[in-house]
Design a protein around this ligand. Structure first.
Ligand SMILES: Nc1ncnc2c1ncn2[C@@H]1O[C@H](COP(=O)(O)OP(=O)(O)OP(=O)(O)O)[C@@H](O)[C@H]1O
Ligand SMILES: [Mg+2]
Length: 224
């Protein structure tokens, strides 16, 4: 089943004195259950593409279909609902909230989900167990290693049961041992049927994917 389709997807950033064409005319289809890596030099538009796919930003031109719905036509509220129900994000710098402990960081996306408190806490415990980070539940982010922080961030991305995981250089700040660990976790998540889109600069990391999409200057230059 088709999860994502972009038609001539384009993004232009305009500041006072400069116009940057970050993406120009991307046509891609990603099926449910695929594991896709996006590669390309710095500034080629990878993060911009993820932001559009993740409905965090709108294209300047072109269309974006998520589950066959033309999501650009949705208002902010519907987009945000769609995002919360279907997407999980993982970032290079983990983006955990410093003031919250591990448990509360992972609990946060469940805040507005209609479910009773006990079931929510149960969900959190389950993903923390899955990510083998239960013993750190009451630690704060600054009391964790980078690899542990990224595992917490992955738990947070999974807690609402998303279909699609979007990861922007998730191993960019990790050493090779922790990178491998995180990629093995992402591979396991993929095996549970989730779609994965990952941006990376590393051929080793891209090797985990079924398909590699290479961007250059905002366009797709190669697909394998
Ligand atoms: N908010 C913004 N305002 C203006 N220009 C922007 C903005 N965000 C990105 N750009 C520009 O758009 C282009 C694409 O940026 P993007 O962040 O998507 O690149 P990237 O491929 O993710 O690079 P990297 O590998 O360094 O993360 C760059 O030239 C960048 O300077
Ligand atoms: Mg980027």
């Amino acid at each position: 089943m088709e999860l994502i389709r972009t038609v001539n997807l384009s993004k232009v950033y305009r500041t006072e004195d400069i116009e940057t064409i970050a993406l120009s005319g991307i046509n891609l289809t990603i099926k449910e259950g695929e594991f896709v890596a996006i590669m390309g030099p710095s500034g080629c538009g990878k993060t911009t593409f993820l932001n559009l796919i993740g409905m965090l930003d709108k294209p300047s031109k072109g269309k974006y279909f998520f589950l066959s719905e033309d999501v650009c036509k949705f208002n902010e509220k519907s987009r945000s609902l769609l995002r919360k129900e279907n997407l999980g994000f993982i970032f290079q710098d983990y983006n955990l909230i410093r003031e919250l402990n591990v448990f509360d960081n992972v609990w946060l996306p469940l805040q507005y989900v209609k479910m009773n408190g006990a079931s929510k806490r149960d969900r959190v415990r389950k993903v923390l167990h899955q990510l083998e980070i239960s013993s750190r539940s009451s630690h704060f982010p600054n009391q964790l290693s980078g690899g542990q922080q990224q595992r917490v961030a992955i738990a947070r991305a999974l807690v609402c049961g998303p279909r699609l995981i979007i990861a922007d250089e998730p191993t960019g700040n990790l050493d090779s041992v922790n990178s491998t660990l995180v990629m093995e976790i992402i591979e396991e998540i993929h095996k549970t049927g989730k779609t994965i889109i990952i941006v990376t600069h590393s051929d080793t990391i891209a090797g985990y994917a079924d398909r590699i999409i290479s961007l250059k200057d905002g366009s797709v230059v190669n697909q394998t």
